[in-house]
Ligand binder design. Structure first.
Ligand code: HEC
Length: 154
């Protein structure tokens, strides 16, 4: 009998948890502050960043179905908030240039060290897996971008 009461209590708790819904990270318009807004960047570079990074580092997340279910929704929300706090590609133009350079160096580092995208994320999102060649291509782009910003400082 006790077992049933415990199971029932857990079910009710799970049900109640569903009422706590984090606000969704969904911006309706394409951001005018996006790192790629009106740039001449090659499409494949843009799409690689978008596929591998934008769910946590932009103002627009493509949510999978299970993202609606608490407590998964809470965990995802916290990843997005923490990711965006460090780096938001949708608000890139609002960073000052020194900050942009610093972020580019950090991006280069996390790519080299295979810290991003986070491993558990790749297990669920095979499309976000980056090959060595992808990482190399992104890094070349980062180096150029950094030079471009440095040149504009002088
Ligand atoms: C599943 C969500 C998720 C994805 C996808 C993701 N990140 Fe992150 N990223 C995070 C979180 C969360 C943090 C903050 C980690 C922390 O505070 O320790 C972070 C931190 C960072 C940082 C700051 C690192 C530091 O040392 O503080 C950089 C740079 C970064 N990510 C780049 C990227 C790039 C580039 C991609 C795509 C190749 C990417 N991330 C994909 C969640 C994500």
């Amino acid at each position: 009998m006790r077992k049933y009461i415990i199971i029932l209590t857990l079910l009710v708790l799970f049900g109640l948890m569903q009422f706590v819904r984090p606000e969704r990270n969904l911006q309706t318009n394409p951001s005018r502050y996006d790192i790629f807004y009106l740039t001449e960047t090659e499409g494949s570079i843009i799409s690689t960043f978008q596929t591998a990074c934008y769910n946590c580092h932009s103002s627009n997340t493509a949510y999978p179905w299970y993202a609606s279910v608490a407590p998964v929704s809470w965990a995802i929300n916290s990843h997005i908030n923490n990711g965006k706090k460090k780096l938001n590609f949708s608000e890139w133009i609002l960073y000052d240039k020194d900050q942009q350079i610093k972020l580019l160096m950090e991006i280069s580092e996390v790519l080299k060290e295979h810290e991003m995208p986070p491993k558990p994320y790749i297990w669920l999102h095979a499309e976000a897996r980056l090959t060595e060649a992808d990482r190399q291509r992104l890094d070349e782009w980062i180096i150029n971008k950094k030079e471009e910003i440095k040149a504009s400082l002088n």
